[in-house]
Design a protein. Structure first.
Length: 487
């Protein structure tokens, strides 16, 4: 009792000290802001502003922002990748929880003759209290960067807690969470994903079909359209001022919309590789999402000239441009989907990287971290982290257990390094396993390479349209009499 009282007092003093330190920093900030405001009212505070800049630079150098690390490793978030990540996580939860039930059934002699769910709950509670051991060979480089073993030596094993605490239910063809909060979040994301997928699949097609038979569809007769594109037809004095405004606005905004599509396609090309290395094509949403985005962008490419040629006034150009941009941005977490689900890019990137890191230390089989001589739930688990993974309790040679994310045989022994001497993710290959006997998914997979090739083709097409679409917009307001389209 005295020990726990002392421990509680130490924790209270530490909390009080942290709170006091925060209040002092806040008071100094308010005092500095007040002094800066006073100097602004009396004289030019250039010297004070310069000092503030130096203070902020020094603070930025001493602060290690992991959000920048996750943004470099993970792709930008959209509803399809978010659902794919959740579907992948639930699949790991289902397999590990099934193994936990098997272990609780096999070791009923030490867990007591009670309902199976109670025995599983006892094992999870014991997991949260088990101490993690270390078997790390520290190098001189680790000493230089200040490697702290205490960070890894935790009470409880967060890797398994992530996948064992929230119960799931397996129902073909999906795995769903059973907790009310988890079920509500899962259902909302699935519903929004289906609605967005339907809109992005059908919407651009309907736009093209509605405009294809219009009188301003010059794609039906390319030769007549080419005859319109002359200098005398482009620069003429007989064109009205409203027509000139429409032409100029159309040229500028058509270029702007194509640039937006081009940046989006280039970003997706980079994100395909990022998502392929961290999650791969391990779920339906992961595969379908990339091709739905491609489909939407391709049909928007066809819809762009048809929409701009139909615009008769400068206001129509502005409104039509934003309408086209709204269509392919609908799935982004920075747009409508993110606002509805309450999720952001930073949160998605952090969750994806965390999930990948946890799976790299998560054993494929729970028997690899079970104590063979366990006499109760309290000593049921044994966790020993090594330099590369986690040690197997079933190996007499103290070998590492097979983890759910591991380096593939295609990964070179000496990975290429970037300019900052850090290993490059481009040369890394991984493999993901969902069960001891299931399929092994390569990270990145062949589907990632295929999707990247298609995005690269779309980028080339958009670069060509970046020049052609503004050039051909002048046929919307010709000076010469209309050349009838061939039927």
């Amino acid at each position: 009792t005295i020990y726990y009282s002392q421990k509680s007092l130490k924790a209270s003093f530490a909390s009080l000290e942290a709170n006091l330190h925060h209040r002092m920093r806040l008071a100094r900030s308010i005092q500095k802001a007040s002094a800066l405001e006073t100097h602004y009212q009396t004289k030019h505070p250039l010297h004070l502003m310069y000092k503030d800049v130096l203070d902020e630079v020094a603070e930025a150098r001493s602060h290690f922002d992991l959000a920048n690390v996750w943004s470099n490793l993970a792709p930008s978030g959209n509803i399809y990748r978010l659902n794919g990540l959740e579907q992948m996580r639930l699949a790991h939860c289902a397999d590990l929880q099934a193994q936990l039930r098997d272990l609780a059934e096999e070791r009923a002699d030490i867990l007591g003759d009670r309902p199976l769910d109670d025995r599983c709950d006892d094992l999870v509670k014991a997991l949260q209290k088990t101490k993690v051991g270390l078997a790390l060979g520290k190098s001189e480089k680790d000493e230089e960067i200040g490697w702290d073993d205490d960070v890894l030596q935790t009470e409880g094993f967060p890797v398994l807690e992530e996948f064992l605490v929230g119960k799931v239910s397996v129902g073909w063809p999906v795995v769903v969470p059973l907790t009310p909060v988890g079920w509500s979040a899962w259902w909302n994301s699935q519903l929004i994903g289906c609605i967005v997928a339907f809109v992005q699949t059908i919407g651009p097609v309907l736009v093209v079909l509605s405009l294809w038979q219009g009188p301003t569809n010059y794609l039906r007769d390319p030769l007549s359209t080419w005859e319109r594109l002359t200098l005398s037809n482009t620069f003429c004095e007989s064109r009205a001022l409203s027509d000139w405004c429409t032409v100029l606005m159309g040229v500028m905004f058509s270029f702007f919309v194509v640039v937006q599509l081009l940046n989006y396609a280039a970003s997706e090309l980079d994100d395909v590789y990022k998502f392929g290395r961290l999650a791969g094509c391990t779920s339906f949403w992961s595969v379908a999402g990339a091709y739905i985005n491609m489909w939407c962008v391709l049909w928007n490419i066809v819809a762009l000239p048809l929409s701009f040629w139909r615009m008769e006034h400068a206001v129509d150009v502005i409104l039509g441009s934003w309408g086209l941009l709204f269509m392919f941005n609908l799935d982004d977490l920075t747009g409508v989907a993110g606002e509805i689900l309450g999720s952001t890019d930073d949160q998605f990137q952090r969750c994806l990287c965390w999930n990948y890191a946890l799976l790299s230390q998560c054993p494929v089989e729970l028997k690899d971290v079970v104590n063979p001589q366990a006499s109760s739930a309290d000593d049921f688990w044994i966790f020993t982290l090594t330099d590369k993974a986690i040690r197997s309790t079933r190996s007499e040679e103290k070998a590492n257990a097979l983890t759910r994310v591991a380096a593939s045989e295609q990964t070179p022994l000496l990975a290429k390094s970037g300019g900052d001497r850090l290993p490059s993710m481009d040369s890394m290959r991984g493999a993901m396993r969902f069960s001891p006997t299931g399929y092994v998914y390569n990270l990145p997979s062949a589907n990632t390479v295929t999707a990247a090739a298609l995005w690269r083709m779309i980028v080339y097409v958009l670069r060509l349209m970046q020049v052609l679409l503004p050039l051909f917009f002048v046929v919307n307001k010709p000076c010469l009499p209309d050349i009838p389209l061939k039927k």
